[in-house]
Structure formats: structure tokens, C-alpha cells
Design a protein around this ligand. Structure first.
Ligand SMILES: Cc1ncc(COP(=O)(O)O)c(C=O)c1O
Length: 399
């Protein structure tokens, strides 16, 4: 993995020895003859045609994500949501049904609603804890199973092997949104799932400067998506964004190790603070999903969510009292980011559904960055102390 993030998908010899992947900032590619153009369109000759159909910089990135996810092929999109929508639209038709994890990103929820209202593609949410729960909700018209794990923002895990086993029995493809883990911490295809996708905006880019999506899976399935709901709907990635991602990806393992180390430290501190009611973190050995984490994730990741002893107003006060930690949605950046899911990322989910998903008004999501972990905690601690008007001693600053 550490080597593949740097080298796979690119050979400097093919590009005048350029160490960095060149940015092919072109919309189209010239043909040597009309006949060559015909052959390329007919798929009889390899080569680029037009950047919405393929671009060398983007292709290097697609090959890299395929390698990292252990897939036959990869595909790049203009955003994470472009990936989610292109995949779900490619796998379903009017009258079909999608079975989803009990909780998905707010805009994915919005897309599911839109597909139901406009195209009669229905969905159900399922906690997916047992075979029986899945079996009860799978119908003859279930066209795919869509899973987030860890789930945004509750950090609940889904057992991918269990879901893949049941799906296989019914011949239903499993799509996994792997945004929270990145391929460094979790590789869903190895657990038997069929398509993995990312909001590459997050850990894969890692620097908060690009909006992008990636997917990987079997060649045939990826080709179908590339030639239908990517090509014809058009949510493609720009060559410059592909270049930013190739650049960011090189440090993915190093960054993820540091994100995880920092998050583990913050979890331990949060658990001891009287203003904190509950902490949700996959890597917490006392948490309910620790066994699943050990089975399918390398480490617990860089995201934590926690509930405070208080109300929505207290949650907002906490955010307002931070200074190093920035109030922002998105995650996986070098900067520690904090947000209030009920009024931000998941504000589009009706309250009743939100509560079912475990998103209360006192839930806060923290994307732990790469700063010194003591600095992150110091900022959080002073805000938590002020919040509850309790003064706790400054934690010891051991390394
Ligand atoms: C889990 C998850 N999936 C998908 C998306 C959508 O990605 P993008 O914002 O790149 O479109 C997000 C965005 O926050 C996300 O958190």
C-alpha cells in the first residue's frame, strides 16, 4: 500500500521522465485520420478521444485507486455525490428497490428521496446486524445494497462479510461508501462487496482543496458505469483535480496513521470529560462494534462523534468557543474540523428519520487533523470546560 500510493498507475518513462504525473489539460485529442477516429469510437483501437470519455491524468488516478482497493478497474468523478448518483442510477431502473445501511450521508439520503419521487425507485434502511434483518427486507425487486461503514456521522459499523454473503445468495451487488476509512484502513472488495466508492474530497485528497469522487470494482461493471451514467450524465473529474489527488494520495498511509493516533488520544480524553455523555469511535475497545472493526479495519480512523450533556444550544456554544479547531463540514483534512450534523450535514434529513439514524441534537462530529494532539485537546477541553462551567484539571501532556 505504501508503495502503491506513490507508484501505481504511472510510468515516468512514458512521459519524458517527468517524476510528477503531467496534467493533460485538454478537452479533446486529435486523430491522425478520419479512419482512426472511427476505430476509436468503435472501440477497435485504444486511445483517447475526448476528456469526458477519458484523460491520461485521470486514467493514472483511476488505475491507482483500483490497485489500492484490490479492484480490476477504477473510475473518477467530479464529486463524491457524482460517484454515488452514477453508481445507483447505473444499477437501478424504475420500480426497483435499494436496501441501505441505517444511516447515510445527508445528500445520499436526498438522492434516495429524489429517486423515489421521480423514478419510483424505493429504499429501506436496515441496521444489518443479523442475517434475519437483511433477509426480511430484501425483495425480488431489490437491485442493490448500499452501505456506509463507518456510518456518517454516528460511526456505527456494518459487517461487510455478513452483508456480502447474504447479497451473493440473492445475486444482488453491494456498494460500499468507503469515504471514512480510505483504502488504507478498509478494503470492502476483499470482504466480497462489488463496488467501492469514495468522496475523494476527504482523506484521499487530504488537503481540503478539491471536490472529487472515485470508485472501483469489476472491469465490466465499471465499464458500464463509465459508458452510461458517467459519460452521458457527465459528472467527470477535471485533469487538474486528478493531479491534486495523485499528489495527495502519496502521503495517505502516513497521514492516516497520524489521524488515527491523534483520534485515539482525543477519544480517551473525551471519555473522561464530565461534559461528554457518550463517545462513538470504531477503535474504542469498549464500544459495541469493536469486533467488526478488528475484522475489517486496520485502525479506528480519524473521525469521532460524541454527545454532550446538553442541548442543541450547548452544542453550538461548544463549537463557537473553539479557536484552533475550525467549524466546517468535510473531513479528512490536515486541519481538525468540527460540525453539528443535525443542523449541518444531515439537516436535510427529516427529524424523525434523523433520530432513527441516531443523530440527536447533542451529537457533534469531529474530524481529527494532523496537528499536535495536545493542542487539539487543549482547544476542545477549554470549550468543554466552559460549556458545563466545570473546571477540570489540564490533562498531562505526555507524548
Ligand atoms: C460518507 C460520504 N459520502 C459521500 C459524500 C459526498 O462527497 P462530495 O462532497 O465529494 O460530493 C460525503 C460528503 O461529505 C460523505 O461524507
Amino acid at each position: 500500500m505504501e508503495t502503491a500510493v506513490i507508484h501505481s498507475g504511472y510510468d515516468a518513462k512514458e512521459h519524458l521522465g517527468s517524476l510528477a504525473t503531467p496534467i493533460f489539460q485538454t478537452s479533446t485529442f486529435t486523430f491522425e485520420s478520419a479512419e482512426q477516429g472511427e476505430r476509436r469510437f468503435a472501440g477497435e483501437e485504444d486511445g483517447f478521444i475526448y476528456s469526458r470519455l477519458g484523460n491520461p491524468t485521470v486514467k493514472a488516478l483511476e488505475e491507482r485507486i483500483a490497485e489500492l482497493e484490490g479492484a480490476e478497474a477504477g473510475l473518477a468523478f467530479g464529486s463524491g455525490m457524482a460517484a454515488v448518483s452514477a453508481i445507483l442510477m447505473a444499477l437501478t431502473k424504475s420500480g426497483d428497490h435499494i436496501l441501505c445501511s441505517q444511516g447515510v450521508y445527508g445528500c445520499t439520503f436526498g438522492l434516495l428521496q429524489l429517486m423515489e419521487e421521480k423514478y419510483q425507485i424505493t429504499h429501506d434502511f436496515c441496521s444489518m446486524e443479523t442475517e434475519e434483518q437483511l433477509e426480511t427486507l430484501i425483495r425480488p425487486e431489490t437491485a442493490c445494497i448500499y452501505v456506509e461503514t463507518p456510518i456518517n456521522p454516528t460511526m456505527k459499523l456494518i459487517d461487510l462479510e455478513l452483508v456480502a454473503k447474504i447479497a451473493k445468495k440473492h445475486g444482488i451487488p453491494v456498494v460500499v461508501d468507503n469515504t471514512f476509512s480510505s483504502p488504507y484502513l478498509q478494503q470492502p472488495l476483499k470482504a466480497g462487496c462489488d463496488i467501492v466508492l469514495h468522496s475523494a474530497t476527504k482523506y484521499i485528497g487530504g488537503h481540503g482543496d478539491v471536490i472529487a469522487g472515485l470508485a472501483a470494482g469489476k472491469k465490466e461493471l465499471i465499464h458500464t458505469i463509465a459508458m452510461t451514467t458517467l459519460k452521458d450524465v457527465g459528472g467527470v473529474m477535471s485533469p487538474f483535480d486528478a493531479w491534486l489527488l495523485l499528489r495527495g494520495m502519496k502521503t495517505l498511509p502516513v497521514r492516516m496513521d497520524r489521524h488515527c493516533e491523534n483520534a485515539e488520544y482525543i477519544v480517551e480524553q473525551l471519555k473522561q470529560h464530565p461534559a461528554v455523555q457518550q463517545v462513538f469511535y470504531p477503535g474504542d475497545a469498549t464500544g459495541g462494534d469493536y469486533e467488526i472493526m478488528q475484522k475489517q479495519m486496520k485502525k479506528g480512523g480519524g473521525l469521532i462523534s460524541f454527545e454532550i450533556n446538553g442541548s442543541k444550544q450547548h452544542a453550538q456554544q461548544l463549537l463557537n468557543r473553539l479557536s484552533l479547531i475550525k467549524i466546517a463540514v468535510s473531513l479528512g483534512d490536515a486541519e481538525t474540523l468540527i460540525q453539528h450534523p443535525a443542523t449541518m450535514t444531515h439537516s436535510g434529513v427529516p427529524e424523525q428519520k434523523r433520530v432513527q439514524m441516531g443523530i440527536s441534537d447533542k451529537l457533534i462530529r469531529l474530524s481529527v487533523g494532523l496537528e499536535a494532539k495536545q493542542d487539539i485537546w487543549e482547544d476542545l477541553q477549554q470549550a468543554l470546560d466552559q460549556l458545563m462551567e466545570v473546571k477540570t484539571p489540564i490533562q498531562s501532556k505526555q507524548a
